[in-house]
Design a binder for this molecule. Structure first.
Ligand code: FAD
Length: 383
């Protein structure tokens, strides 16, 4: 089905992204996966190609364009090249962390941080989750105590994407624990600060090139001028403002991954023979593919509608939650079915479908679990 909402500008940009992925990601993916992290250089290459800062103002080297469909194109092209997991750090930077800076920096902070982030010289991480607080962000215990012109930060974050490569960490901290979620602030922490320590990379079942790790803050002095959002205790509402786009970004990845799994399955069903005929000749296989195609296209239509409304500045939090849980659960089903269709070859680590199966499993968990999405939607129904 032809997609609605993507015009000539988007397609020209897609070509540029496709070239970037072919030249700067595909040749390195295996090495990055073996090393457990991507090279820092891929961020600089993405910056050079104009991919990291589409939404950033032109004066800081960005594209000056708030149309999130351009961001979606990067994830779609990475999925099409079977490199979604290898490029995750780029999406975290461009789709998820950078918007916090764009929306909340003072002019002085923008001058200080945006040029490096847009060019890819500065790598961002976003640190909310802690060992004792994931879905329940309000339960974080990392403490920031004001001391003169700085905050003294102590605590531990876990599961942080880009943790090993990050130069700047946007961290959720408690500035006033007595106020619960209303006592949270966001601080931008420089990874060179004394007391900042990275853990070792967490061994995961998928996304091997993503440098997911713990971060430790041991009385790190963070200049008060690194507070995001101008005043203390606004962190929770800032996070809520940005989570919808994060969920939309994951929905884009899930839908693109499902589509790719379907395409790989069709190719395989034509090629692989059993009992003297291609496996695609079995009605059971055709039905499976028919269902994968139908469900993926329907998801794409809903998603494209949200991408359009988001580009008009009207993304609704409940609709973003709907897109997130539906597309990620769909991706899980489609990819699992694709593995089955590939038989034993679908279980080999070298096979893109096997990698997609392991890599995409996290999608129903991060950026808010399926259960949390349903809570958000359920609360909105007014029962
Ligand atoms: C690879 C990876 C990358 C990540 N990257 C980042 C990152 O860059 N930055 C960051 O801050 N975090 C990151 N995370 C953390 C991620 O966002 C959390 O793991 C996620 O929010 C879930 O939190 P949790 O793991 O503590 O699970 P929990 O909150 O402990 O949930 C456990 C189970 O309980 C369920 N549950 C919890 N609350 C409810 C409820 N109210 N109703 C019904 N069920 C509920 C959940 O749905 C889940 O099934 C990452 C995680 C992974 C694995």
């Amino acid at each position: 089905m032809e997609r609605v909402g993507f015009g000539g500008e988007h397609e020209a940009y897609r070509e540029r992204v496709r070239r970037f992925v072919a030249a700067e990601v595909v040749p390195h993916r295996e090495r990055w996966e073996a090393a457990g992290r991507v090279d820092r250089e891929v961020f600089a290459a993405a910056g050079k190609a104009g991919i990291l800062g589409v939404a950033a103002p032109k004066e800081f080297g960005g594209g000056g364009c708030g149309d999130f469909r351009f961001n979606a194109i990067l994830s779609e092209e990475l999925a099409a090249a079977d490199c979604l997991s290898a490029g995750l750090g780029l999406s975290l930077q461009a789709d998820i962390a950078l918007p916090y800076l764009l929306a909340n920096c003072t002019p002085e902070q923008a001058e200080r941080w945006l040029p490096g982030v847009v060019s890819g010289e500065t790598i961002l991480a976003l640190a909310m989750t802690e060992p004792g607080a994931g879905s329940d962000v309000a339960g974080i215990t990392t403490r920031a105590v004001r001391d003169g012109d700085a905050y003294v930060v102590s605590g531990t974050k876990t599961f942080i994407t880009n943790a090993l490569n990050a130069d700047l960490v946007i961290a959720a901290v408690k500035t006033d624990p007595a106020l619960g979620r209303k006592g949270i602030s966001l601080l931008v922490i420089d990874a060179r600060a004394d007391g900042f320590r990275r853990g070792t990379k967490l061994a995961k079942i998928g996304q091997p090139a993503a440098d997911t790790a713990e971060l430790f803050f041991d009385e790190v002095r963070v200049p008060a001028t690194n507070l995001l959002g101008e005043e203390e205790n606004r962190g929770f509402s800032l996070m809520m403002n940005h989570l919808s786009q994060e969920r939309l970004a994951v929905a884009v990845q899930a839908t693109a991954q499902a589509r790719r799994a379907y395409e790989l399955s069709v190719e395989y069903a034509k090629r692989r023979e059993a009992f003297g005929k291609p496996i695609g000749a079995f009605q059971r296989t055709r039905f499976a593919l028919a269902e994968m195609k139908t469900e993926t296209e329907i998801a794409q239509v809903y998603l494209d509608r949200l991408l359009l409304t988001h580009s008009q500045g009207e993304l609704d939090a409940v609709e973003a939650a709907q897109a997130k849980w539906w597309t990620t659960e769909l991706c899980r089903r489609v990819v699992d079915r694709a593995v089955q269709l590939h038989g034993g070859y679908g279980y080999l680590a070298e096979n893109p479908i096997a990698r997609a199966w392991a890599d995409s499993r996290i999608q129903t968990i991060y950026a808010g679990t399926t259960e949390v999405m349903k809570e958000i939607i359920g609360r909105s129904i007014g029962l």
